[in-house]
Design a protein around this ligand. Structure first.
Ligand code: SAM
Ligand code: SF4
Length: 468
């Protein structure tokens, strides 16, 4: 782990300075900044700090409305669905907040055997999933070759109409050679969360193991880029340090990647600390616990600050909060998630003891889909951009006029229609078909619409995996 010559690109004093200098902003200034975002500009740190400081109920509502407007204008109403797949929870780190940490004796250790991995993927395919994120503890067993091989195994599983078309990764940062090996397996996004960008806090909660090296982790995604993986996910675990600092740091990380590689992150995640078996989260989080109000504000602020980046919200959050935040521009959610190792395929009453933390949203994928449709969203299992080589897809959605109408919405309709044909019944099927009708009604008559209708007929006749 060589960090010689590496420095931090998170300027802690500058961040504190911006947060101090922008206190008590005027309404006019806040509106100006929201407008700059609606004009498709990535915000500057001073502007983000101003929005963070606009914390009255009235100003917060303007920020929420700005985020909703941006979502409506740019992203349309589709929501991409995925599921996490935990491959193994052995770990040599001692992250104080995580149920998988090496010295937690209350968690059952488990690494999926090959046939168990296949069973998990089949169970996910039976639900209708097409996109997974594979999650690994940090352990010598889970090296780059292992990650490569397990990803390949997942792609090879095909049960009935099921197949996994995109595998993303959440695992420890590798060296450049390691990232090259993993890239070879045909992954989508490589996601690494810095947890906290505040160095002193980072070093306190990661006292031992390879993860204790702040700079190695901070530069992890630079190495992934150097290895040719240009589809990256960043994130912060909220509750370890002041969220205001963390969201500013996420922006600095974004700017760093943009400046160095001309590509920003594809996605940003912002998990809040959740209770975990054998872990005292309350004493860890203390004064930094993020309230629901601040959580909504920070998501809306991120939406405005990095308008072209996908935002991911997971089942760690409650159903009510997730539904509310979709309108602020969250673009991906998981559905029907189970985070015990092996718990999609085995009904194990003790599964939570193999879990990293406890979930706030336990709805099945079918329920999530039905509720998305009722709320006017169109669920999408699209993997089109990634497989057509259009990487940096969110950037394109944002930058190319008409991109969402030309590609994303039709692909959402086609992949959702597949789902409805293959997996849905009863009320969900009805709600889904109604939502597709509404989507088509909203499209102006055009050649593209005719082409979409033709392909929908093909899907109804049994063809699969059609995309633009
Ligand atoms: N072991 C790898 C790592 O640490 O990067 C990847 C997998 S780790 C299981 C995935 C993420 O789970 C971590 O980056 C962390 O942000 C999150 N996590 C850990 N403990 C959590 C908790 N108690 N509540 C919510 N998220 C947690
Ligand atoms: Fe291990 Fe990752 Fe959990 Fe840390 S967060 S203990 S590295 S699984």
């Amino acid at each position: 782990m060589n960090v010689e010559g590496l420095t931090s690109f998170i300027p802690e004093n500058e961040i504190a300075g911006w947060l101090e200098q922008t206190r008590n902003p005027t309404k006019e200034r806040v509106r100006e900044i929201i407008q700059r975002s609606l004009d498709k500009n990535r915000l500057e740190p001073e502007e983000m700090a101003t929005l963070i400081n606009a914390d009255s109920a009235e100003m917060a509502e303007e920020i929420f409305e700005g985020a909703r407007e941006l979502k409506r204008r740019i992203y349309g109403n589709r929501i991409v669905l995925f599921a996490p797949l935990y491959v193994g929870n052995e770990c040599i780190n001692k992250c104080e907040y995580c149920g998988f940490r090496a010295d937690n004796t209350e968690v059952y250790r488990k690494t999926l055997l090959s046939e168990e991995l296949v069973a998990e993927v089949e169970a996910l395919q039976d639900q209708g999933h097409k996109r997974l994120i594979m999650v690994y503890g940090e352990h010598p067993k889970y090296d780059a070759q292992y990650i490569h091989d397990t990803v390949k195994e997942v792609y090879a599983v095909k049960k009935g109409a099921g197949e996994i078309r995109r595998v993303n990764i959440n695992a420890a940062p590798l060296d450049v050679e390691g990232f090259k090996v993993v890239k070879e397996a045909g992954i989508g996004t490589y996601q690494i969360f810095q947890e906290t960008y505040h160095r002193e806090t980072y070093e306190t909660v990661h006292a031992a193991g390879p993860k204790s090296n702040y700079l190695w982790r901070l530069h992890g995604l630079d190495r992934a880029m150097e290895a040719g993986i240009d589809d990256l996910g960043i994130g912060a675990l909220l509750g370890l340090y002041d969220w205001r600092f963390e969201v500013m740091a996420l922006l600095y990380h974004t700017i760093h990647l943009e400046e160095k590689f001309k590509v920003g992150p594809h996605t940003i995640s912002f998990p809040r600390l959740e209770p975990a078996v054998g872990t005292d989260i309350d004493s860890l989080s203390g004064k930094y616990a993020v309230s629901d109000f601040d959580f909504k504000r920070l998501v809306a602020i991120l939406r405005l600050a990095v308008p072209y980046t996908g935002l991911i919200l997971t089942c760690r959050e409650s159903t009510e909060l997730r539904n509310e935040m979709l309108s602020f521009g969250v673009s991906q959610i998981d559905g029907g998630s189970s985070i015990g190792v092996g718990s999609y395929s085995q009904q194990d009453p003790e599964a939570f003891k193999k879990s990293q933390f406890l979930l706030g949203d336990n709805r099945s994928l079918d329920e999530v889909i039905s509720e998305l449709c009722d709320a006017g969203f169109i669920p999408s299992f699209c993997t089109g951009c990634y497989r057509k080589g259009r990487t940096g897809e969110h950037f394109m959605e944002f930058a190319i006029p008409g991109f969402v109408k030309r590609f994303c919405t039709p692909n959402a309709v086609l992949t959702f229609l597949e789902y409805l044909n293959d997996y849905a019944e009863g009320e969900t099927l009805k709600a889904g078909l109604r939502q597709i009708d509404r989507e088509l009604e909203g499209m102006p008559e055009s050649k593209a619409k005719e082409e979409l209708k033709t392909r929908m007929e093909q899907v109804r006749a049994g063809e699969r995996d059609l995309y633009f």
